[in-house]
Design a protein around this ligand. Sequence first.
Ligand SMILES: [Zn+2]
Length: 271
Amino acid sequence: MPSLIKQQDFRKVQNLPFCYLCGGEFKAGSNINRDHVPASALFLKEDRDVPLILSTHVACNAKEHASDQLLGQLIDQIHGRPINPGYRKLDATVVEVNGQVVTITKDLNIHQFIRRCVRAFHAALYHEWLPSDTANAFHPPLRGAQLDGDTGSPTDEFNRLLMTDQSLNQHALFSRVLKQNRVAKNTDQVLSQNGKCSYDCVWSQLDDGQPICIFGLKIYDWQRFGELAGYPNRGCVGFYGPKAGRPATATVSTELEFPFPNEEILDPFGN
Ligand SMILES: [Zn+2]
């Protein structure tokens, strides 16, 4: 079961022979960056060890800067600082809907952030490149929503989603699969940043046989982002299905039933 937990595990992957962003092999004289994933700015000083650092082409890394702009917002939320609702440029905001305080983000940016983490963890765990256009479904810890372009308020569509939220079934299923496999000590794992960044994954398949990786990602206590009165914590889960199939060393989900508590059904790291 591949895992990155100890310092030497992280040291081993710093010099993978390919760029995890474009998949290209490094050649003599390539301009190379050391990319921290997630960015170290997300973490308090006392939580900066051990970071996951991967090599990338300088040019590939520069293209990712747009998604880094999300960081300031995430940092404030993770560390519980109040959000200034006047910031229209920000990617997430806190609003009141039907008397409940809800965190809202534009899906695109949080999805970019998660995708970058997943691609880095895939490269670090399996020493394989994960293309950026790999099919996926992510369920972020934040409640995603469309904001009205004129008023900045959540749209009616958001209100509807708040009531029904079709994706909750998949969210609960993935959380359950991850908990079950963790009890069985059957997950591939990255545990970095003094334990404040935790990634667990296990491999299954769709009905058509396409192998998929089911993952959970936790950064600090971000499952509390979307907190609502009477609404459970919501962790980050998702899946992706590489065209290249399942890596040879990847861990396949157990079929065995192990008893485990599952009170927080939307949080793969919860009780
Ligand atoms: Zn590259």
